[in-house]
Design a protein around this ligand. Sequence first.
Ligand SMILES: [Zn+2]
Length: 205
Amino acid sequence: MIIKKLQTGVLGVNTYFLINEKTKTAVIIDGGEHYEIINNYAKELGIEIKAELLTHAHFDHAGNAKLFQDNGVKIYAPDKDYEKLVLGDTLSKDFGLNFQTFTPNYKVYDGDMLQIEGFDIKVIATAGHTDGSVCYLVDNALFTGDTLFNLSIGRTDFPTGSFEDMKCSLKKLFSLSKNYIVYPGHGEESTLNFERENNPYSRFI
Ligand SMILES: [Zn+2]
């Protein structure tokens, strides 16, 4: 597995490309807002995007999912954030932006083991930033969306957010046994050990 990252959009969201070198296909995690930029990058890399996994239903992460779906990409969304994408409850209005609503192809649930394009992807429900937020675990990589950042965490004051839920979710992540590489929805990579020891929010759990 090769992992590539592209940061785009008004809020600088990270899109991650999980690339299967054999099949020249990719699964992306949080496509961001700009379809062309992400798709052109995939073309540059010589790969075809087959699936998009969303960590949660905010416009900066899921804004281009409808366009990807229209172009044959299967969209996976957390079960509790699924309806928000259908209805357009994605914070876009708060930023004066349009959001193209859509119905994701699949719902993912806590503990699911997804097999997509040769990758085994585990779903870990981590409510707090939204009630449906999830993280995805693939090999030694933990994609944390807006749950866990390098030395910080996602905001919990948006609709369906909860600091109490966030504390439980951080506990869940920090109790994972390995020192996974953390790939957050915004900002730079980290490791789970570094966050366990240095993240200021680790003392809340
Ligand atoms: Zn968010």
